[in-house]
Design a protein around this ligand. Structure first.
Ligand SMILES: C[S@@+](CC[C@H](N)C(=O)[O-])C[C@H]1O[C@@H](n2cnc3c(N)ncnc32)[C@H](O)[C@@H]1O
Length: 190
């Protein structure tokens, strides 16, 4: 392990154990919440979410990739947060048909939209799944991958699908095995 590997893993370790939870609380995630982590990957947000929602809450970790979910399973095996997380392999469907209407307090869509062919379909199903007043948090990876997601188009779909602006937050957040500055869109379902 090189000195920079050690720095990276210490940074991610801090993220998974407390920094990520502090960030998510600041964006409005609370104890007892039921939260969807759409395109969760190996769980850089799933794990801090499970810490924040606590034993009364639930995290639905959806991904289409078996290897990503296997890595998530390895990460949470034996952890006290394991039984707060439902790991769901989706085959890439945007229908969210496993989620009851108005049953979520919040949803995260972090660094995923570049892979999604129909943003409107996903966003309208997120609207259906969220309770009124529920939070939608989106990381369009605008700073780490400029130009990959058309932010203007995304903002207009969010407005048309009745998500209102709360704020946009600039923060160093987890991205693969390190932290990078990103802009996170914080929107509320009306
Ligand atoms: C760049 S990773 C981001 C992982 C995590 N959200 C994060 O920010 O660290 C993108 C993830 O989205 C997943 N993904 C892409 N399209 C998807 C879809 N239609 N349904 C579910 N997962 C999807 C990929 O398998 C991958 O794990």
């Amino acid at each position: 392990m090189t000195p920079s590997d050690r720095t990276v893993s210490a940074e991610m370790d801090a993220w998974l154990h407390d920094r990520g939870a502090i960030f998510l609380r600041r964006l409005g995630i609370r104890e007892g919440h039921r939260v969807l982590d759409f395109g969760c990957g190996p769980g850089a947000y799933t794990v801090p979410l499970a810490h924040v929602v606590g034993p009364q809450g639930r995290v639905l970790a959806f991904d289409r990739s078996a290897p990503q979910l296997e890595e998530l399973e390895r990460r949470i095996a034996g952890s006290p947060v394991r039984d707060r997380i439902d790991v769901v392999r989706t085959e890439g469907s945007l229908s969210l048909d496993k989620i009851e209407d108005e049953s979520l307090d919040a949803a995260l869509v972090f660094d995923v939209l570049q892979h999604v062919h129909d943003w409107r379909l996903l966003i309208s199903n997120l609207h259906r799944s969220l309770a009124p007043g529920g939070l939608l948090l989106v990381n369009p990876s605008r700073l780490s991958h400029p130009g990959r997601v058309d932010l203007e188009r995304l903002e207009s779909i969010l407005a048309e699908e009745a998500f209102t602006l709360v704020r946009t937050v600039r923060e160093r957040v987890a991205h693969y095995d390190r932290l990078r500055e990103e802009e996170i869109l914080v929107r509320r379902r009306s």
